[in-house]
Ligand binder design. Structure first.
Ligand code: NAD
Length: 505
């Protein structure tokens, strides 16, 4: 059997093999095959990577912003040119369909495009003559070394949320991809270096908790961006905060859609199936609960019928709609939650356990679309983020009851309403407590021109880390303001220059 490749770090612009003896196995989720091993980088390697970022910062912070943005212009082209190859790698390590992999890359590409405009976003403000001959100006300066800790579910988009804005704003960056999907990040970092990012501006380190703790503790690191689950996020927010670092954590979700009886039934059914089961439900913006008001509950069986038509299979096969979950553990967990839903009295209209699969995929981690009706608060399928292709349908009598139900959920990442009434949509927008709101749009995806505004238990920190610069958002997270007050009132010197015929300078 051929040796399984060890995933390299990216250090000083080069691929470097770790000297560790501890690894995390990376499996192809569609087959269970071992495809790579992610190193737990040693303490010396992590320190070397942070030192290299600190050294590179000295030069990079002085590099003209337009030169830094030029690297992003090139990276944009490189990602476009290599989308097919990147999508293949992404599907192999993460499992999602090739179409979803391309969507993952495209969403990240939009952040690279936005990063090209960062020079215009880090301009400051000026006020002249605040006192006699005294002017004040402020401008945005980079923080120093920043770190990013990414989850498994968007192996391209989420690293691209992080390092392009951070580095273009003048920081250097230490990226830790999920140990479960490290290959896409290594590929992206190699592309960035091929496009002219100087050595040390972006280093990629690997590992699990030890690497995370290093990033929260290391004295060079000024800010930590995290995207992932609530347990890790709470730990990182606290540990990085205790060490005086800026931290921004985008966390888990339980996104609800409210369905009003005046909505277009066909559109509701299609959109809910896609939003709950697409990407195998492994999206922080997936709709996992649909709250049906009044007579709209009659459409619930149609959702199960439609979801049953989705083709479950390997992400790289033509016609696949739903790929595997990330791991054997994730599959067991989702199957157990489905069982708990049945045991606790919800009605399982479509059971995705044991989907039919090609022989080559029998050891893959597949769970097909699963639809529950009569879901109630307190059931495990309602109280937990399932992160699988499972939709929980809830029935209520009124719009007010639906809004109350959604607002009582502790998460606030995203939500949607389906209606043909502008007044109902406006009431929903006004009263709902989630941060990303969709009107007849089941997954209101965050665009880089806006902040990602998830709220409540779905976020820790208040400087949403990507999105436009003025006023909230991303560039703010990766920069700080410097305000300069200057007094130039040496009139005798100006007089001397004038009499010498030089004029004031
Ligand atoms: P995860 O929290 O298990 O892992 C994320 C990162 O944290 C990984 O790099 C991992 O190595 C590290 N990590 C995991 N557990 C840790 C711990 N106890 N201590 C320190 N570090 C730890 O998340 P995941 O399973 O990779 O991703 C799925 C989760 O991410 C879901 O909850 C999903 O909702 C969330 N997510 C949120 C957003 C958002 O923008 N709100 C986007 C994508 C994913």
């Amino acid at each position: 059997m051929a040796a399984v490749a060890e995933v390299p770090m990216i250090l000083d612009g080069k691929k470097v093999a770790s000297k560790t003896s501890t690894f995390f196995d990376v499996h192809n989720p569609a087959t269970g095959e071992l495809i790579a091993r992610t190193p737990q980088c040693t303490a010396d390697e992590l320190r070397a990577a942070a030192d290299s970022c600190a050294e590179a910062f000295k030069e990079w912070r002085r590099t003209p912003p337009s030169s830094r943005a030029r690297v992003m212009h090139k990276l944009e082209g490189a990602i476009r040119d290599n989308t097919d190859a990147l999508a293949q790698v992404l599907t192999k390590e993460q499992g999602k369909t090739i179409a979803d992999a391309k969507g993952d890359i495209f969403r990240g590409l939009e952040v690279v495009e936005m990063s090209c405009n960062i020079p215009a976003m880090i301009q400051g403000e000026t006020l002249a003559n605040v006192a006699s001959s005294v002017d004040v100006h402020s401008y945005r300066v980079p923080l120093g070394v920043c770190a990013g800790i990414a989850p498994f579910n968007f192996p391209a988009m989420i690293p691209l949320w992080m390092f392009p804005p951070a580095t273009t704003a003048g920081n250097t960056f230490l990226l830790k991809p999920s140990e479960r999907v490290p290959l896409s990040s290594v590929m992206l970092a190699e592309m960035a270096h091929d496009c002219g990012l100087p050595p040390g501006v972006l280093n990629v380190v690997h590992g699990g908790h030890d690497t995370v703790n290093f990033l929260c503790d290391d004295e060079h690191i000024r800010a930590v961006s995290f995207v992932g689950g609530n347990a890790a996020g709470a730990h990182i927010y606290e540990r990085a905060g205790k060490n005086g670092k800026r931290a921004q954590c985008n966390l888990g979700a339980k996104n609800h859609a409210i369905v009003l009886p005046d909505a277009d039934p066909e559109s509701v059914v299609n959109q809910l199936v896609g939003a709950s089961c697409g990407a195998a439900g492994q999206r922080c913006m997936a709709i996992s609960v649909a709250v049906f008001v009044g007579a709209s509950k009659e459409w619930i069986p149609k959702i199960a019928e439609q979801a049953a038509k989705l083709q479950v299979g390997p992400g790289d096969a033509k016609g696949t709609d739903v790929g595997p979950l990330i791991s054997a553990n994730a599959k067991d967990r989702v199957e157990q939650l489905i069982q708990s839903g049945m045991d606790e009295g919800a009605r399982l209209l479509l059971d995705g356990r044991k989907p039919s699969l090609p022989d080559a995929n029998r050891d893959g981690y597949f769970v097909g679309p699963s639809i529950f009706a009569e879901v109630k608060k307190g059931m495990q399928i309602y109280e937990n983020e399932i992160f699988g292709p499972v939709l929980c349908c809830v029935e209520v009598d009124s719009f007010d009851a639906a809004i109350k139900f959604v607002n009582e959920n502790p998460y606030g990442n995203g939500t949607a309403v389906f209606t043909r009434s502008g007044a109902a949509a406006r009431k929903f927008t006004d009263e709902i407590e989630a941060g990303q709101v969709g009107i007849n749009v089941p997954i209101p995806v965050p665009l880089p021109m806006f902040s990602f505004t998830g709220n409540k238990k779905s976020i820790l920190g208040d400087l949403n880390f990507y999105g436009k610069a003025q006023p909230p958002a991303g560039v703010n997270f990766f920069t700080q303001l410097k305000t300069v007050t200057s007094a130039w009132r040496d009139d005798s010197y100006i007089e001397k220059l004038s009499t010498a015929g030089v004029g004031a300078q």
